[in-house]
Design a protein around this ligand. Structure first.
Ligand SMILES: NC(=O)c1ccc[n+]([C@@H]2O[C@H](COP(=O)([O-])OP(=O)(O)OC[C@H]3O[C@@H](n4cnc5c(N)ncnc54)[C@H](OP(=O)(O)O)[C@@H]3O)[C@@H](O)[C@H]2O)c1
Length: 360
């Protein structure tokens, strides 16, 4: 018989979370799976929702992996016993039961992926937010060519793609997806992470701490008779936007910052209509309405939800085939208590080049 209650990390007051027992088990919803959690991963947005964006009573956490225990009536891709990973809307003031940091998770089918045997539960837990974010950015907003399982060596002709922050959890997945889409991928990060971005398939890598970085990128790209037509900015601050504005092709292109809002300096430097600048919130991939911050309603986007279904299936195939490898993981122990410790650690010591994951 299904448990009536569960343990969960909930916001008490903004800035404060605690583990609560006797939290009601999630209700069955037609498009959702219910799963027993095996691991959880941390994201910068978890801290944002604890401090500002969530509300009292909401369960925090987005990334998780586990084993399906029940499925809603519309679910077709999963059955009880399946090993999976997923992404939840943690701190969701519209559906407070939705967060991932609980022993019994509820996750929308379109945001859930089968875990291949080749990955551990801790590796799989690192994938959800990153895969949803690049799916939305590259293929829903920027309308890039979808990645293929067969493209592997020779990038197509045409403008190249640049990832600012290729060593971030989102950036390392983005490099691989863009490569599978046939783009030549350039990136920038700190030298400590050059080996990581090289291993994920970047064509060339640059140190964004150097004042010559933009010139260095332009020299390399020009020498390859190419130009930068697409940019994914995984940092989204003033200095990243300045560099991206400097390297985007003079004939224009598409700059997307995964950190909203688009830094104003980008359009100051590249005001022309051919230099497109966008951002988006990954939560919209659910296709459902949400509030962020509380009170600011984002209407449901069912078409984006339909795209997310396609993207989930393609994501699973790319991961199972080893075409997209997880970001390196820093695995901690300790279940939900370990998640609380990791949250405290994350505040003072944000990870670089790794995703923090906590095992059950
Ligand atoms: N729109 C959305 O739905 C969405 C989804 C996911 C993430 N995000 C946002 O995107 C950002 C990245 O998230 P993530 O989880 O992918 O990142 P992450 O893994 O936490 O990124 C860590 C890396 O970012 C680099 N970095 C940190 N601070 C930097 C700075 N000031 N300037 C340049 N590089 C810096 C470091 O690279 P080096 O060590 O190589 O310097 C570090 O290794 C966060 O702000 C997050 O909230 C938004």
């Amino acid at each position: 018989m299904a448990a009536a209650t569960r343990r969960a990390i909930r916001v008490i007051t903004l800035g404060n979370v605690e583990i609560q027992s006797n939290v009601p088990a999630p209700r069955s919803r037609p498009d959702y799976v219910i799963a027993e959690a095996k691991a959880w991963a941390l994201n910068p947005t978890d801290i944002g929702h604890i401090d500002n964006l969530g509300g009292p009573g909401t369960i925090i956490g987005c990334d998780w992996s586990g084993v399906v225990t029940a499925v809603g009536e519309n679910v077709t891709r999963f059955k009880p016993g399946d090993a999976v990973s997923g992404v939840c809307h943690g701190g969701n003031t519209v559906e407070p039961e939705d967060g991932a940091f609980t022993n019994i998770v509820i996750s929308k089918e379109l945001a859930t992926l089968h875990k291949p045997d080749s990955l551990s539960f801790t590796e799989a837990a690192s994938l959800g937010v990153g895969m949803a974010t690049i799916g939305q950015a590259f293929y829903w907003v920027m309308k890039l060519r979808l990645p293929s399982l067969t493209i592997s060596t020779e990038p197509s002709a045409g403008p190249a793609l640049f990832v600012y922050g290729g060593s971030s959890a989102t950036g390392s997945l983005a490099i691989q997806a863009a490569k599978q889409s046939g783009y030549k991928v350039y990136t920038a990060c700190s030298p400590d992470n050059f080996d990581l971005v090289k291993s994920r398939g970047a064509e060339a890598w640059f140190d964004y701490n150097l004042p010559t970085c933009a010139d260095d990128i332009l020299a390399t790209v020009t020498a390859a008779s190419s130009s930068i037509g697409y940019i994914l900015d995984c940092i989204g601050n003033e200095s990243s936007a300045r560099l991206c504005a400097a390297i985007l092709s003079p004939s224009g292109g598409h700059y997307h910052s995964i950190k909203p809002p688009v830094p104003a300096v980008f359009k100051t430097l590249r005001p022309e209509d051919t230099a497109i600048a966008t951002t988006a919130l990954g939560y919209a991939m659910s296709g459902e309405s949400f509030e962020l911050p509380p009170g600011n309603v984002h209407p449901a986007d069912p078409q984006q939800g339909e795209f997310a279904k396609e993207w989930a299936v393609l994501s699973e195939a790319l991961i199972a085939a080893g075409k997209i490898k997880p970001h390196p993981v820093d695995v901690r122990e300790g279940g939900l208590e370990g998640v609380l410790d990791a949250i405290a650690d994350f505040r003072g010591n944000a990870p670089r080049g790794v995703k923090v994951v906590v095992a059950e």
